[in-house]
Design a protein around this ligand. Structure first.
Ligand SMILES: [Zn+2]
Length: 150
């Protein structure tokens, strides 16, 4: 009998504090908890035990894996940074009214510091996107959608 191996779909539930830890691990790849604590305490006033708790939580949620090397644990990320950021942002926008998401996105772009090269990428994406874009995106807030209100 064929068995279909389903790729694990990990919902990105990471708190703001946990994101700070993940960003250190993504940047340095393999780190010990004391390295994380040292770097974290240059940015935040968190205690050692707070940071250790965050590392433990991320390990339990399997965003981090650890391996013992010369008597100490080396932590590394189990998920890719760009994909995790993308999923997190998608998850956030999926909470919003579809009709209003575009204006939220516009506000986001307007207020964010982005490089010229990223702006060029955005312009290219929009130039492609407008070719197949619908005239309007309907509100999906009610079970039957909205009538003509939006
Ligand atoms: Zn709506």
């Amino acid at each position: 009998m064929d068995t279909v191996v389903k790729k694990e779909q990990k919902k990105v539930e990471i708190s703001s504090a946990e994101w700070q830890i993940m960003r250190i691990v993504w940047t340095l790849n393999d780190v010990t908890s004391s390295e994380i604590i040292n770097l974290m305490q240059k940015k935040q006033t968190w205690s050692d035990s707070t940071i250790k708790t965050l590392i433990t939580r991320l390990t339990k949620k399997r965003f981090l894996s650890r391996e013992k090397e010369n008597g100490r644990y080396i932590y590394s990320a189990t998920v890719e940074e760009q994909a995790t950021m993308n999923e997190y942002a998608n998850g956030l926008f999926s909470n919003f009214c579809a009709h209003k998401s575009g204006s939220v996105l516009n506000e986001l772009i307007d207020s964010m510091e982005i490089s010229r090269s990223d702006i060029e990428i955005l312009q290219n994406t929009l130039n492609e996107k407008i070719k197949t874009a619908p005239e309007r995106v309907k509100c999906d807030c009610l079970p039957d959608g909205c009538s003509d209100m939006c």
